[in-house]
Ligand binder design. Sequence first.
Ligand SMILES: NC(=O)c1ccc[n+]([C@@H]2O[C@H](COP(=O)([O-])OP(=O)(O)OC[C@H]3O[C@@H](n4cnc5c(N)ncnc54)[C@H](OP(=O)(O)O)[C@@H]3O)[C@@H](O)[C@H]2O)c1
Length: 271
Amino acid sequence: MADLCCINYYIMDLKNSTILITGGTSGIGLELVKQLGDKGARIIVTGRKIEALNETKKRFPKVHTFQSDVSDPDEIRDLYHNVTRQFPELNILINNAGEMRLLDMQDTSHSLDDLTREININLAGTIQMAHQFLPHLMKKPSAAIVNVSSAIAFMAYSTAPVYSASKAGAHAFTMALRLQLKGTTVKVLELIPPGVNTNLQNDWVLQPNPSQMMDVDKLVAVAVKGLENDTPEIKPAMVKVLKFLSRVIPNALMNFGHKEFEKFKQLNNNK
Ligand SMILES: NC(=O)c1ccc[n+]([C@@H]2O[C@H](COP(=O)([O-])OP(=O)(O)OC[C@H]3O[C@@H](n4cnc5c(N)ncnc54)[C@H](OP(=O)(O)O)[C@@H]3O)[C@@H](O)[C@H]2O)c1
């Protein structure tokens, strides 16, 4: 009986949760819609493109969609008011929306405004969403903020310098927030994917090595299990190995990844 009580205490009740997923119209977010929906959760999804939101609604009719850009604070404020008015029971926020570009810092075609786009979406968007929704989540008996970072948070990938910075920042922010919210009803979890086959890589001139990529349904199955068990850092086996190597041989690991930069530079120049 004592064991049962403890198991109930630790397992997150996804079935009775209302979950807001940013960037839920593609890739990891869309698969979260599917697998968390299968658990019985009520799902709310955001994204920028209306066609993708409509397509998601068509595929998953029970899902509620809101057009909203996480890099725009005014849109975050509007989203907060609309979602909490319609879904006062909202108790889980998944900050998943993100972009990743391969980028040569010597390429002068990038404007300064455009250069830091991933910082605005992946990092500032995550921080602003967490800040905006926190007072609401604090009122719930059981709540969570889940930030989607990346294995790149542990080792800068030279071919994607701004993305690397955004994800290292998201990882640091998540750890700090977890400490601040210790002792409250809001858990702070981090999903740390390796390379996963999604639309994230569609525009890359240098395509990733398929043998190093994880299937999205497998990644999300690990994520859902991690959510159910309140795992602070949800990491598939490949990421556990990478995190360990990033501590014992950080330079070797980064130099291995850096081999791709020359290939990218050449392809980028010939574009
Ligand atoms: N795939 C990987 O290899 C990998 C590895 C590690 C971490 N991750 C992380 O996982 C997350 C999901 O990536 P994914 O691979 O599933 O990519 P994806 O298939 O390209 O999906 C990205 C989603 O985010 C939305 N989005 C992008 N910018 C947005 C913004 N400013 N505001 C609101 N929504 C936005 C997109 O919809 P709209 O374009 O319509 O807005 C889309 O729904 C990202 O944070 C990514 O960094 C991915």
